[in-house]
Design a protein around this ligand. Structure first.
Ligand code: BEZ
Ligand code: FE
Length: 303
């Protein structure tokens, strides 16, 4: 057949992929064509709207660079990233919930000793973070690698600043759990922050009356041999954006109560200089395999 009505066209395009050697690729292409064609039919998409979409996607691609991934940001704000996370983590069996990796993971670091200050010299309210990594039965997991990163008091990650190249990491570190599965460190209270709005994704967010904010959080990547790598955040309880995270990444279980403290000593016995906050959060790991995610952009890695 050389001429198709609009439903025959869908079948013809699906047939055109009939010889795809990889069955999974063939299935994914078939479903993609079905969903795209359904969208066009359901919406009676006009030429102007189709061209607008082409231009939007073109600009999204043009905004990508070795240190910027505008397509992942688009996936994030459309809820696709969290949906991919959800369908891949349907059964948690009591393990800690997962959420998006985000674009500011820059890869491995030399481990720091527990108790280290990962935000020395930064403005902000002081916070002591204590965590324990266990299996599903609550047994401690020792020697586990835990990467941490968070935004500063102005809402920026170190890797977004020019000083990063010369001054190195700040508010990010790697720790290794002790024999009791514990790690602890000093830092500052992170604040809520906007996703980058100087590209087409930000344009869409602002033009549709959405706000670009993420509630304050600390990222954790826990990687224990014999367990699924855990990519998650711990959110600061009370943040005003918890109900409207622009990337839909909040899960109730990941919201921590931050305790305001005034005691003269922190939990490791070291003196505090004034008021501080205590964040306590424990991680339960699910048995399994997997490779911990790498930074989105290899060029974003530290030398
Ligand atoms: C983040 O939490 O770092 C993040 C996640 C998704 C989009 C932008 C930022
Ligand atoms: Fe973040």
């Amino acid at each position: 057949m050389t001429q198709f009505n609009d439903t025959e066209l869908t079948a013809a395009v699906i047939d055109s992929f009939a010889k795809t050697p990889d069955p999974r690729a063939k299935f994914l292409l078939r479903e993609l064509v079905k969903s795209l064609h359904d969208y066009v039919r359901k919406t009676d998409l006009t030429f102007d709207e189709w061209l607008y979409a082409i231009d939007f996607l073109t600009r999204t691609g043009q905004k990508c660079s070795p240190i910027r991934q505008e397509f992942i940001l688009l996936s994030d704000v459309l809820g696709v990233s969290m949906l991919v996370d959800a369908v891949n983590h349907r059964e948690r069996d009591g393990a800690t919930e997962t959420t998006v990796l985000g674009p500011f993971y820059v890869g491995e670091h030399a481990p720091m000793p527990s108790g280290a200050d990962i935000s020395p010299g930064l403005q902000g309210e002081r916070m002591f973070v204590q965590s324990r990594v266990t299996d599903l039965a609550g047994q401690p997991l020792a020697g586990v690698t835990v990467d941490i990163w968070h935004a500063d008091d102005d809402g920026f990650y170190d890797s977004q600043k020019e000083a990063y190249a010369t001054e190195g990491p700040s508010s990010r570190a790697r720790f290794i759990t002790d024999a009791d599965g514990r790690l602890y460190f000093r830092t500052i209270l992170p604040c809520s922050y906007p996703i980058p709005t100087d590209g087409p994704v930000g344009e869409m967010i602002l033009q549709t009356g959405r706000h670009p904010m993420r509630p304050a959080h600390v990222h954790f990547l826990v990687d224990a041999p014999g367990y699924e790598p855990l990519v998650t955040h711990v959110f600061m309880g009370g943040d005003k954006y918890l109900d409207s995270d622009v990337v839909f990444g909040v899960k109730d279980e990941l919201i921590a109560t931050i305790e305001a403290r005034n005691d003269g000593a922190m939990p490791d016995g070291q003196p505090s200089n004034g008021p501080w906050h205590l964040l306590t959060y424990n991680f339960r790991m699910k048995p399994g395999q997997g490779t911990a995610p790498q930074p989105m952009m290899p060029e974003n890695k530290e030398a």
